[in-house]
Ligand binder design. Structure first.
Ligand code: ADP
Length: 623
């Protein structure tokens, strides 16, 4: 993460870049905010100006017709302004709410398209969780740019309006002979204007210095925020509820929670800063602003007292000058916030600018109804990023089209890694994987991955209706989804489901949702793989959570289930691989044996024989 401090210019550039993205994603958002800001900034001046005219008339000519005209004008403008404000505010809120989804989508799109290898990287994880924390904290980052845009634009326009309304204050002349005629002297006018300007700038400078401590605090709060986000919400995680109760984990949770969120406590870092320099700068800001208001009142009242303008103009000048100062002060303050936000945006863009380093091919795969796709691993070796150990070493393997290949081996022997490479989640460090003789890197990834249906060991289902889980979309062929569930051995359970295919899984999204066992989930995942109807079906430990009866049921039907697809079946339970045409035995990342069950079990010196007999004792009837 960034260590160097940003310059103001860089911070502004980052905010500008964020605004451009907002403008591209929500074309009417900035316009609605700008319109609302302009209105908020300028409309009070209409009231101020009309009120001043009314008071001047009351204190001067007292012409009833003119008074009536001014009052009607005041009332009519108040009504029109209120109506316009309502319309503009409503439009702005509509656009703001619509932008909420877009905001989440900015990161979602990036997350979904990151190279798989990057998802595992601690650096990427840190970056992303930091962005989330910043956003949860004070909407820092993208959201802040849009939130600050409104008050910033309002403040800028307020300054503009204020200047127009107060120019005449400095230009108006005190009548000659008055003892306050010195106020006409250009030096006097200039020094008062200069003092006011200085105080107007100094107050927000102090205020910014105070709020800058928040940015300083951001890095030290990082760990605290992470603990807070994790331990603070464990109570909501249903999947932890059993462990929490059985192991009394809540006591340990409290220890970590309270220890690491100490920064937020009464003796914590924030409070210390608030008592110290942060609070001191805030007090200075308030003092200077008080001094400024006092000077403005004194100057305006003296000029009026000396006869430069009427009492009505006093209200106009005092109100306008206050608004002008407030505008300048707000503008500088918000510019300071914009600057602070630069640091947070830097993190956001660091994440959004992460390149896709994996080579993206452009070839499309040949569309074959006979599924004659041949895969070959040619001398493939692979090491996980940052690891010195090879997870796969010199793997050579050709898949026979339409065959059933079993990949067996002990835990950690490289079976899952082999599948991850096949699915191009990672690229080999050495060697090549070929599809019909062409390196798979040369194919378009979305096209290539369409050839595979995989049930990963750690697959996840959604808290959505069962049928939607199987089909992967809301609008699906119900007959097909039902058939796939049936093939996966889920028929009985489907019949028992209260709303059949429309039954929600889990209760996160629907209180009438059903909880399912690990084995049932595995069957649904298998049905999902079948529903995709890809040319390769890959099952990674597909029966680990099934009971022996269900396991047998799947094996006996597996040939039918896989049909004309090429199937890869991974398991460390050897008895479940006997039905496969060929078995590849993995050991320490290499394929050390290949053949049918009968061939391999006959080789008494081989690893397969050793594993088979080690496992046989667990099965009454191992065959
Ligand atoms: P299996 O599926 O046969 O149990 P794996 O393919 O999961 O084995 O793992 C092979 C080796 O690669 C193991 O030594 C494992 O520790 C290592 N490994 C697996 N995943 C990662 C990862 N994401 N990063 C680093 N090493 C990994």
């Amino acid at each position: 993460m960034a260590k160097n401090k940003l310059t103001r210019r860089e911070a502004l550039k980052l905010n500008y870049r964020a605004l451009v993205i907002w403008q591209r994603l929500c074309p009417r958002l900035l316009l609605s905010i700008a319109a609302s800001s302009a209105f908020q900034a300028l409309s009070p001046y209409v009231t101020i100006w009309l009120s001043a005219r009314i008071i001047n008339e009351l204190a001067g000519n007292r012409n009833p017709k003119e008074l009536l005209r001014l009052v009607i004008l005041q009332l009519a403008s108040a009504a029109i302004l209120a109506l316009t404000e309502g319309i503009l505010t409503r439009w702005k809120y509509y656009e703001m709410h619509s932008s909420d989804c877009v905001h989440g989508k900015i990161y979602m799109d990036k997350m979904f398209t990151l190279d798989y290898v990057d998802i595992d990287r601690q650096y990427v994880f840190d970056l992303y969780s930091q962005i989330l924390q910043n956003n949860n904290w004070m909407s820092w980052g993208f959201r802040f740019t849009i939130l600050i845009f409104e008050p910033l634009a309002t403040a800028a326009l307020q300054c503009l309006g204020g200047i127009c309304m107060t120019v005449s204050l400095f230009l108006s002349i005190v009548p000659k002979g008055s003892r306050f005629a010195v106020l006409n002297h250009p030096l006097c006018t200039l020094s008062i204007a200069a003092f006011m300007l200085l105080a107007t700038v100094l107050s927000p400078v102090c205020s910014n210095r105070s709020s800058r401590y928040w940015t300083k605090f951001a890095s030290s709060a990082k760990l605290g925020n992470r603990y807070f986000s994790f331990y603070g919400f464990i109570r909501d995680e249903r999947t932890r509820a059993e462990d929490l109760r059985t192991y009394n984990q809540h006591e340990n949770v409290y220890v970590h929670y309270l220890k690491h969120i100490d920064i937020y406590s009464s003796g914590g870092e924030i409070v210390k800063l608030a008592r110290g320099p942060m609070g001191m700068w805030a007090v200075c800001a308030k003092l200077i602003s008080g001094l400024l208001t006092g000077t403005a009142y004194l100057f305006v009242c003296l000029k009026s007292f000396a006869g430069a303008f009427g009492v009505g103009s006093v209200t106009q000048y005092i109100s306008s000058i206050t608004k002008l100062f407030q505008g300048i002060s707000d503008f500088l303050k918000y510019m300071g916030s914009l600057y602070s936000n630069g640091e947070f945006l830097k993190t956001s863009f660091e994440f959004l600018d992460l390149p896709n380093a994996m080579y993206q091919g452009s070839l499309t795969t040949e569309k074959r109804s006979d599924r004659r796709y041949e895969i070959e691993f040619r001398d493939v070796s692979f090491r996980y990023p940052g690891s010195s150990q090879y997870a796969l070493r010199h793997v050579n393997l050709k898949f026979r089209i339409g065959s059933r290949l079993a990949v067996v081996g002990m835990n950690g022997s490289g079976k899952t890694t082999f599948i991850k490479l096949l699915c191009r989640l990672y690229d080999p460090c050495e060697g090549q994987i070929l599809l019909n003789g062409i390196d798979i890197r040369k194919y378009r990834y979305d096209d290539y991955i369409n050839l595979f249906s995989v049930v990963f060991q750690d697959f996840r289902l959604f808290s959505l209706p069962l049928g939607e889980n199987v089909a992967g979309k809301a609008d699906y062929d119900r007959g097909r989804a039902r058939k796939c569930l049936e093939q996966a051995g889920f028929s009985d359970r489907l019949t028992a489901m209260p709303e059949g295919l429309d039954t929600y899984l889990y209760k996160e999204m629907e209180q009438n949702g059903v909880d399912i066992s690990g084995g049932e989930a595995q069957k649904i995942a298998l049905a999902r793989a079948l529903c995709k109807d890809a040319s390769f079906i890959i099952l990674d430990e597909p029966t680990a959570a099934l009971d022996p009866v269900a396991e047998m049921e799947i094996y006996s039907k597996f040939n039918d289930i896989a049909g004309d697809k090429t199937a890869v079946y991974i398991s460390h339970r050897l008895s479940s691989c006997k039905f496969c045409d060929e078995i590849a035995v993995f050991h320490e990342g290499a394929i050390i044996q290949r053949g049918s069950h009968e061939e391999l079990v006959a080789d008494e010196t081989g690893k397969y024989y050793e594993l088979w007999h080690a496992q046989a004792q667990y099965y009454v009837n191992t065959g």
